[in-house]
Design a protein around this ligand. Structure first.
Ligand code: ATP
Ligand code: MG
Length: 392
């Protein structure tokens, strides 16, 4: 018996004339992610991508696991393939379906006849397959309104697909279909989640990390690169630009009022990030900020930060509670790395009483005490770049 995967896509279907662009991106991503498992025939029809393993030794559980991380797929069905005769459909149903029905009490059958040459109509197929299931698993009852399991039969061009294993996909949109953006990646919980959420919307990601050596350590940077690597499981390969803020921070401490340190530093970060983004074809910046979470994330502070740049700043965590962000970080497996205790450049030289309702004019007054442009350029000159291949 042969098993295949049917991946249904959601939003892409809505994209009208552009939908072949989205489908193309999805197929390209699937090929990229699956090639290490073996050879497949990947085809598409009626809002579904069919993934047919061409070699018996392929580890289908591993393939399934990989598919759950591909954005653009709404549901993944594992199906068995039967020939387009009721005899073959019966044999495959009896062999394949009972495993999905263990411990269940109710089921229904949905049938779809896409190949109109098949002699039975959909309701007739459903009735017959229902009979096969009932005789294989006599403890079951049919419940068409609220079944615990739905058995699906689709008679298509290349065969009849029978399944009861329908799983949730990663959702979102295929990678790269919504441009590229630069993620400001700290070692915390929020920014990897922010990167994941934008990748889910089809945005390719590069990252910038700011360090403040020797106030921050080499281990702190390694932790960030480790986080970047976990994010690449979803977002694909990325460049991580590493920029030192040490000199800027030292100058801030020497010359500016303490209560403005963090705000001023954030304006430097955003400015440097925008310059890197522009050089690398990124159309937006991404941060893990959430309104009210800390002093630099009040509405007024965010306005002061935004004022430093002209690019759109995407903050997908902006309306989320910490607990919600933590939930996602656990799901994507960044949490355990994020909570390792290392210093961040934002946590060295933190003001005792940061301004929570800053006035832009006062911030700019402070900013003029330093040669902003010269410090930005100096930081950019020291930039190093690390390539993180997709950890798939
Ligand atoms: P996070 O989990 O992202 O560290 P946080 O609550 O600690 O969040 P802040 O430290 O105030 O937040 O930083 C807010 C955002 O600024 C981060 O989500 C991240 O996008 C960016 N950021 C902070 N520190 C750095 C850094 N060292 N390098 C790059 N970006 C940073
Ligand atoms: Mg942080």
């Amino acid at each position: 018996m042969k098993e295949i995967f049917l991946c249904k896509y959601g939003e892409i279907v809505l994209k009208g004339a552009n939908h072949s662009f989205f489908e193309g991106a999805l197929i390209k991503e699937l090929k990229f992610r699956l090639h290490k498992y073996g050879k497949f025939n990947i085809s598409r029809a009626q809002s579904t991508v069919y993934i047919e393993p061409l070699d018996d030794s392929i580890d289908l559980d591993a393939v399934f696991e990989a598919l759950t991380r591909v954005f653009g797929i709404v549901t993944i069905e594992r199906a068995a393939v039967a020939e387009k005769t009721m005899e073959s459909i019966e044999a495959v149903t009896r062999e394949y379906i009972p495993r999905f029905l263990e411990g269940k009490k109710t089921f229904k059958v949905e049938a779809k006849r896409a190949d109109k040459r098949f002699p039975l109509k959909s309701p007739e197929i459903a009735a017959q397959v229902g009979g096969f299931v009932l005789s294989s698993c006599p403890y079951l009852r049919v419940n068409v309104k609220e079944p615990q399991v739905t058995v699906k039969v689709e008679v298509r061009e290349n065969g009849a697909y029978i399944t009861a294993g329908i799983f949730k996909g990663a959702g979102g949109m295929p990678l790269g279909t919504n441009g590229k953006a630069l993620l400001l990646l700290s070692g915390g919980i929020d920014s990897p989640v922010a990167g994941y959420m934008m990748a889910k919307r089809g945005v390719k990601i590069d990252a910038v990390h700011f360090e403040s050596f020797p106030y921050t350590s080499e281990r702190a940077k390694e932790k960030v690169l480790e986080l970047a690597k976990i994010v690449t499981r979803y977002s694909g390969s990325m460049l991580v630009h590493v920029v030192s803020l040490t000199h800027i921070q030292e100058e801030l401490v020497k010359n500016c009022d303490e209560e403005y340190f963090t705000l001023l530093l954030r304006r430097y970060m955003m400015t440097i990030a925008q310059r890197i983004a522009e050089k690398n074809d990124c159309g937006a910046l991404i941060t893990g900020e959430s309104v009210g979470q800390v002093a630099s994330q009040t509405m007024q502070a965010l306005a002061v930060t935004d004022n430093a740049v002209t690019m759109p700043v995407f903050r997908p965590c902006i309306g989320m509670d910490k607990e919600e962000i933590v939930q996602i970080s656990r799901k994507i497996d960044t949490f355990e790395t994020s909570i390792q205790p290392f210093e961040d450049c934002c946590t060295v030289f933190t003001p005792r009483h940061p301004k929570t309702r800053p006035e832009l004019s006062k911030v700019l007054e402070q900013e003029r005490k330093l040669d902003f442009e010269a410090l930005v350029n100096e930081a950019l000159e020291g930039e190093t770049t690390v390539y993180i291949p997709a950890d798939i």
